[in-house]
Design a binder for this molecule. Structure first.
Ligand code: AMP
Length: 572
């Protein structure tokens, strides 16, 4: 029997092991419920016994001298790392991580894993690569191939069933992990991926974003401390960094986060608490220069490869910190092409290493099917006139195309007028900035409580595997919530608040047609047409098993609705 070769992403912050399961790269769970192993080793004081992963990381605050993190930064250097009285080479520490991963994989796969493919950054020099091989040997593993991390990521996207078809042969891999940033440009020639340029910053990563936020939190505490000095000791720093990281992660999916933590610090027996709301905007302005620094490196890499942004066929995101919307926004501004983020950015490199392992063993590699959103989903933001186009129907994306589902994202919108009675919420899917070019999925009315203009409404979209989008609206501070479910595949709207989930869903187009028919100023004939075609269309959806007929009636109904809208507009 052929032995399995596993692929390992030996990362600065986290490491992952994966293998090909029936041709599909799959990450192996190594700790309770997760495939992501913190690259941390914590030693007992004397005998070399150690813990690896989350348990080691948890010991870090209590035993900082015995705990080693980020050893990847030292690979290839003639140095030692001390843990209490003992000292180790960087290779020895890395070998503990490799060994742990291989052991967990052996348990899961029911066979001893002896051969592995390990990834390294594209910029690793010969000494760093040799140190990685040595770490493998010390772990008792046969390291059959070293692969560049961006190459591994690109290999994964080669096997993702992509609706975009063939792109330019150049891809850019943007990898923002916990402690490092790497950017690489690869030229793809079939299985061969040549690194045209690589760069980055080995001292820039998600941790720096935590650090910025931590400083902001400390400021908040100091405001409370008044004139009394509040010093940042090690335990306060650890606590604040933890709060900061959680807030940062929440802000990737939500426009606000509530920071509510008691007794974060004690000042002369008085507890200092944190209780405030942080917006994504505030977080982004605290960290804008960090994103800017990564973009400078991206531009340098393009220059090194003698390529313009338009010559990059695909931008691939790797590393947990690329989940921050600011990363996506900065890249979308520079590159006018798809930003590939559909594969879990934490697992992507390890999955690529598993594919490389499969190529070595001659296994056939299947297409990776991902549950992703086929189109971007969002709202029409009414009355907000785009200064460039003069358009009033701006499409505001909430869930981007190719996002893995299930997913839940929220954004904040603002009312326009004082005492506005409500908003017509129109949900669209598509990629165009103008709603007119996208597809209307559903619409419904959301009544507002009396409030001044520009009061915030939080809109959350939760998209599940069945194609249902649950929309939650919350007029912030007014206890006014509404939940509506949209069936994307069958284009139906179900209003949980007013109809209850037991009732059958109403058809949104027919609904809208009826609302139009109720408007004053329409002629009798048009009103009659609207109601009649709406009923025919609804009946056809329920009873006719003929999609062409349904489509034909839908087109007719949309045409009458357009006519009615024109009449109403011209009458104003
Ligand atoms: P990695 O080294 O690739 O595992 O990335 C770890 C970094 O990604 C850490 O700084 C995490 O805080 C960060 N990270 C993970 N998930 C998110 C998220 N949803 N939003 C922002 N940062 C994240």
């Amino acid at each position: 029997m052929k032995s399995i070769i596993c692929g390992i992403d030996l990362g600065t912050t986290n490491s992952v092991i994966a293998f090909l399961k029936d041709g599909v790269p799959t990450a192996i769970t190594v700790e309770e419920g997760t495939a992501i192993l913190p690259s941390v080793v914590s030693f007992e004081p004397a005998n070399g016994a150690h813990l690896v992963g989350r348990r080691a990381r948890n010991r870090r605050a209590a035993f900082p001298d015995l705990t080693v993190s980020s050893v990847k930064r030292l690979m290839g250097k003639e140095t030692t790392v001390s843990a209490g009285e003992q000292s180790f080479s960087p290779e020895e520490i890395s070998s503990c991580i490799l060994k742990y991963l291989a052991e967990r994989a052996s348990e899961t796969l029911g066979e001893r894993i002896e051969k592995v493919v390990v990834t390294v950054p594209a910029y690793f020099d010969d000494a760093q690569r040799r140190a990685t091989i040595r770490a493998g040997e010390l772990a008792g593993l046969d390291l059959v191939r070293i692969v560049n991390e961006p190459t591994a990521a690109a290999l994964v996207y080669d096997h993702v069933l992509s609706p975009q078809g063939d792109e330019s042969p150049c891809v850019l891999v943007y990898d923002l992990g916990g402690g490092t940033f790497d950017v690489s440009i690869l030229e793809i020639k079939g299985e061969i991926k040549e690194v045209l340029a690589s760069g980055g910053d080995t001292r820039l990563g998600g941790d720096d974003f935590d650090e910025r936020l931590k400083d902001h939190l400390l400021e908040k505490l100091r405001e409370q401390a008044g004139k009394e000095a509040l010093t940042e000791d090690a335990s306060l720093k650890v606590r604040l960094l933890d709060i900061a990281e959680r807030a940062k992660i929440a802000l990737s999916d939500h426009p606000y986060v509530k920071v509510n933590e008691v007794a974060v610090a004690m000042l002369k027996g008085r507890p200092l608490n944190l209780d405030f709301e942080l917006t994504r905007e505030q977080f982004q302005s605290l960290t804008a220069d960090l994103i800017e620094r990564t973009m400078t490196k991206v531009i340098e890499a393009l220059e090194e490869a003698h390529l313009g942004p338009e010559e990059i066929g695909k931008v691939i995101l790797v590393g947990g910190a690329t989940r921050m919307p600011a990363v996506h926004e900065a890249l979308s501004t520079l590159f006018d092409q798809p930003i590939a983020h559909s594969v879990d950015p934490d697992l992507c490199v390890a999955l690529g290493a598993a594919i490389q392992a499969g190529l070595i063993t001659g296994d056939s590699i299947g297409q990776i099917l991902l549950d992703v959103t086929a189109h971007s989903l969002g709202l029409k933001t009414l009355d907000e006139i785009d200064p460039q186009t003069g358009d009033a129907d701006h499409f505001s994306t909430i869930i981007r195309r190719n996002t893995r589902i299930p997913v839940s994202r929220s954004e904040v919108f603002w009312t326009v007028g004082d005492q506005q009675s409500g908003v017509e919420v129109e949900v669209f899917q598509g990629e165009n900035a103008s709603c007119a070019e996208n597809t209307l999925i559903g619409s419904f009315f959301y009544p507002l409580k009396p409030a001044p203009a520009r009061s915030p409404v939080i809109v959350e979209f939760a998209y599940d595997l069945e194609g249902l989008v649950r929309i939650n609206l919350d007029q912030k501070g007014y206890d006014n919530r509404k939940e509506v479910t949209l069936d994307i595949r069958n284009r139906r709207v179900e209003d949980a608040a007013s109809s209850g989930s037991a009732q059958s869903p109403v058809n949104y187009i027919a609904e809208k047609a009826r609302r139009l028919a109720a408007e004053a100023g329409l002629g009798e004939e048009l009103r009659g047409d609207l109601l009649r075609v709406a009923s025919e269309y609804e009946a056809a959806i329920r009873t006719v098993d003929d999609e062409d007929r349904v489509d034909e009636l839908e087109d007719r109904l949309l045409a009458v609705m357009e006519q009615a809208e024109e009449v109403l507009e011209s009458g104003e």
